[in-house]
Design a protein. Structure first.
Length: 145
């Protein structure tokens, strides 16, 4: 893979152009990362608003019609709806893994089979998360297993 950087004062906004014969898994990972590298989500804790880098988020979970944003250090409340987040996170590392959860697949350290054709994922912070059987085929495909 060849990387060319053209640094010039005439370039006002950074632009990334990918030239390739086909998009393989490595290139898709790079493209996905670029897509979320500078994006933030808005979360709230005790009335204080925070801007959370998307790549630091472990998962989003909906509980009693409220969406929570989980990072390794904090849980934030969000005003967003889960289905809207899912639409916004297309073409990223995030994937729906249950009716109530969208997971950052890059934060998985391992997966194993669970009861009833489900998967159990272990996150980088050692937390366990269940992947519902209806989402298992797509998750396996995206993980390459």
């Amino acid at each position: 893979m060849k990387v060319t950087i053209d640094k010039n004062e005439l370039h006002l906004d950074p632009e990334i152009i990918v030239k390739c014969k086909e998009i393989d898994d490595v290139l898709q990972d790079i493209i996905s990362y670029i897509g979320i590298a500078d994006k933030n989500m808005i979360g709230e804790v005790d009335g204080e608003i925070f801007f959370i880098p998307l790549n630091s988020i472990l998962y989003f979970e909906s509980v009693d019609k409220t969406v929570y944003i989980y990072t390794e250090k904090q849980v934030y409340k969000s005003s967003a709806r889960l289905y809207i987040l899912e639409e916004q996170l297309v073409e990223t590392y995030f994937a729906r893994v249950s009716k109530t959860t969208i997971l950052n697949l890059k934060k998985l350290s391992s997966v194993k089979s669970a009861k009833n054709a489900k998967l159990e994922g272990t996150l980088v912070n050692k937390e366990k998360i269940l992947i519902s059987r209806q989402y298992v085929p797509e998750i396996k495909k995206r993980l390459g297993v």
